[in-house]
Design a protein around this ligand. Structure first.
Ligand code: COI
Length: 353
């Protein structure tokens, strides 16, 4: 595949403080893009990161025909570059695209775009443990049209961003609160799709949660407001009586890649895994009888994020004394160990560049 490359004359990298990276505020020097129209992909290019020219009638601004992904590149301890499970992200990208009537993105286009971009901007991959180059591929409809219909044209773009921990808490436990008023997604809707609408729906409840001193909302199901779904920026898992319990993929939660990695590791370690409905009442009951040992979120941005407190209907539980639990730490160590090439890549998840 031939990618036309136009390099930036002078890098902006010196402006970035790699010792204090936040999530998603700095962007590397270049971006990849390719257009789709008349039923085929155009010529891919890499050019300096910068503005995209659009018309105000761009249909995706009005009706949200947009899908994105998020994956990471790591600088390994031996100086190589690891992409973590890119095939899995590609698969999910296309499942989301299918739901939003967006064309299939061939693996070659996805992976070669990422590889060339990451290699060109490899100076932007942080070396510090806990930091990485976050890769954000996204596709948006580009017809200029105000009727509601599927667009004929698209722009598939990839940008990258050197990042630190997603939450200001880092690996310290976060605080979650359920919402009695709002829902994230109903079955048959867009909950399993990585599309901006889900994130837009979470903003107001998220702001209200923050005002009350919580990190994020713990979403319950739309039908009964009982069964635990996810956290919006991550999936959720519970350690109950030594078993890993996590809500099943039934269409309203995002099929997380880190969720999948945790399940594979648990199976490998002989930890029983239950992908099943779990109600908030059960979680509170298990906290009270002492069998709820740990709770943690799993996500690409968040990796493993221990949960120390959950509030529901005015009542709060504290999990593992508000401290990181041993299994949360073990999953974190194992997964990040693979990221940085410190631990064996047990399942062949890393694509080393
Ligand atoms: C991710 O984990 O990659 C996410 O997409 C979560 C958030 C940054 C939107």
């Amino acid at each position: 595949m031939n990618i036309e490359v136009t390099k930036r004359k002078r890098s902006r990298i010196k402006k970035v403080d790699f010792n204090n990276l936040e999530f998603g505020v700095d962007f590397s020097d270049h971006m990849f893009s390719v257009r789709y129209g008349e039923g085929k992909w155009g010529a891919p290019k890499i050019e300096p990161y910068g503005t995209i020219k659009i018309e105000p009638s761009l249909c995706s601004l009005h009706y949200g025909q947009v899908v994105f992904e998020g994956l990471k590149a790591f600088r390994t301890v031996t100086g190589k570059i690891n992409l973590f499970r890119p095939d899995k992200y590609h698969e999910r990208f296309n499942r989301s695209n299918e739901r939003l009537c967006i064309p299939f993105i061939p693996y070659e286009l996805f992976i070669n775009g990422i590889k060339e971009l990451v290699l060109l901007d490899q100076a932007w991959i942080p070396e510090k443990k806990g930091c990485s180059l976050y890769i954000r591929p996204f596709i948006f409809a580009t017809d200029n049209f105000l009727g509601v219909r599927v667009s004929y044209t698209y722009n598939f773009t990839i940008i990258t961003s050197p990042v630190g921990a997603y939450y200001k808490e880092g690996l310290n436990p976060v605080r979650l609160i359920t919402s009695g008023e709002y829902v994230r997604a109903a079955k048959g809707g867009l909950g399993a799709v990585k599309t901006p609408a889900n994130y837009a729906a979470s903003l107001l409840p998220g702001e209200e949660a923050k005002k009350k001193g919580f990190t994020q909302v713990l979403w319950l199901d739309a039908a009964e407001n009982r069964y635990i779904e996810e956290v919006g920026t991550m999936n959720i898992a519970f350690i109950i009586d030594g078993k890993l319990v996590t809500p099943p993929l039934e269409g309203s939660i995002l099929p997380g890649v880190t969720r999948d990695s945790v399940i594979s590791l648990a199976n490998h370690w002989g930890i029983p895994v239950e992908e099943r409905q779990i109600s908030i009442e059960e979680v509170f009951a298990k906290a009270k009888d002492g069998s709820l040992q740990e709770v943690f979120g799993t996500g690409t941005a968040a990796v493993i994020s221990p949960v120390g407190w959950i509030q529901h209907a005015g009542e709060m539980i504290t999990i593992h004394n508000g401290e990181i639990g041993p299994l949360s730490q073990k999953f974190y160590d194992e997964i990040t160990g693979m990221h940085y090439g410190e631990k064996p890549d047990l399942f062949g998840w890393c694509l080393t560049l």
